[in-house]
Write a protein that binds this ligand. Structure first.
Ligand code: NAP
Length: 303
């Protein structure tokens, strides 16, 4: 049997994403020993019980010692603190990868603590659920999903290739881009939809209180579909909005302009404008719903 790509994997933050990545790598035969560090001892106990990790460590520092791949899977606001904490214990040749949902701010928080001889490959799997913790993890989470890598041009190419290969082998599709571009894209297709879901829930609850009626209880599938991600973790989303503030606010302004156009058409009874607005969205949504190929795509290099 060939030796695993990463004999020792350390996951710091053994929640949904860290646990799913560990399970996927193990299922693909890419890791030997898996250890973890986590602030939440219940999550650590659960990860051991579910055989996601072989052993827990007393600290994040102990977990990363001798690791070949260290995965930072804590909330984005904690990435820099964790990196500063573990930096001195990383072995030369080790690769550090974060899986944070925001890349610019996380890179800026992590890079200053990077020791010589350690490669840092930022990654963002566009995969997840509204659940948290190791109980919600599953090895197939990343299959057919994009994983965006945002390494610097100066990052060790061999390390980027090893990380890229690992994601590809667990079924993800990999693309590389700059962190700023990543953050603008994700503000549009992820952060904004979460903002809408949180806000829609608040609006429905306000109406329920004003009317004295269980409005949400009467909701059909459109409300359920539009608010699924409102059940997401508050700490994680607070951190994402704060660390990607500029891009999020830019998209909020764009969205408000679009909503205002639709609002105006409704107010004016402008049938043609309304129909055109909805028809455009319908065509885009139908095109998106078409099945996409699952086979891995080549890595797209961008300057
Ligand atoms: P999660 O299930 O809540 O797990 C995060 C774990 O990290 C928790 O057990 C948390 O403990 C622990 N933690 C927090 N601070 C720590 C520290 N300083 N040292 C050690 N452990 C610490 O979160 P997740 O959904 O897996 O998200 C993890 C990362 O993946 C985030 O950066 C997120 O942006 C990114 N991501 C998430 C998704 C998604 O859909 N969920 C998708 C792509 C990327 P406590 O519970 O005590 O805080």
């Amino acid at each position: 049997m060939s030796s695993p790509s990463f004999p020792r994997l350390a996951v710091i933050g053994i929640g949904l994403i860290g646990s799913s990545f560990a399970l996927a790598l193990r299922a693909a035969g890419l890791v030997g020993t898996v250890v973890c560090g986590d602030a939440d001892k219940m999550n650590v106990a659960k990860a051991i019980e579910l055989e996601i990790v072989d052993s827990a460590c007393r600290s994040n520092v102990e977990a990363v010692r001798d690791a070949d791949l260290v995965v930072l899977a804590v909330p984005v606001g904690a990435m820099g603190t964790v990196m500063r904490e573990v930096a001195g214990a990383l072995k030369p040749g080790c690769i550090v990868m974060d899986v944070g949902s925001v890349k610019g701010a996380v890179g800026a928080a992590v890079e200053p603590f990077l020791p010589q001889g350690v490669a840092y490959v930022p990654a963002h799997p566009i995969a997840g659920t509204e659940e948290s913790g190791p109980e919600a993890a599953f090895a197939e989470l990343f299959q057919g999903k994009w994983c965006l890598l945002t390494p610097k041009p100066s990052t060790d190419a061999a390390a980027v290739a090893r990380v890229s290969a690992a994601w590809t082998q667990i079924g993800a599709r990999v693309a590389c881009m700059g962190p700023e571009q990543h953050d603008r894209l994700l503000a549009t297709v992820s952060h904004m939809p979460h903002m809408l879901a949180f806000s829609l829930m608040a609006t429905a609850d306000d109406v329920a209180q004003a009317e004295g009626v269980d409005v949400i209880g009467f909701a059909g599938s459109s409300f359920r579909d539009a608010t699924r991600v409102a059940a997401s973790d508050p700490t994680m989303w607070r951190d994402i909005f704060l660390t990607n503030r500029d891009a999020v606010l830019e998209i909020v302004e764009r969205f408000k302009a679009d909503l205002a156009r639709l609002e105006e058409a409704v107010r004016e009874g402008d049938e043609a404008a309304m129909t055109a607005f909805i028809a455009r969205a319908r065509a885009l949504r139908r095109a998106q719903a078409a099945p996409t190929p699952v086979e891995p795509l080549p890595v797209v290099e961008e300057g």
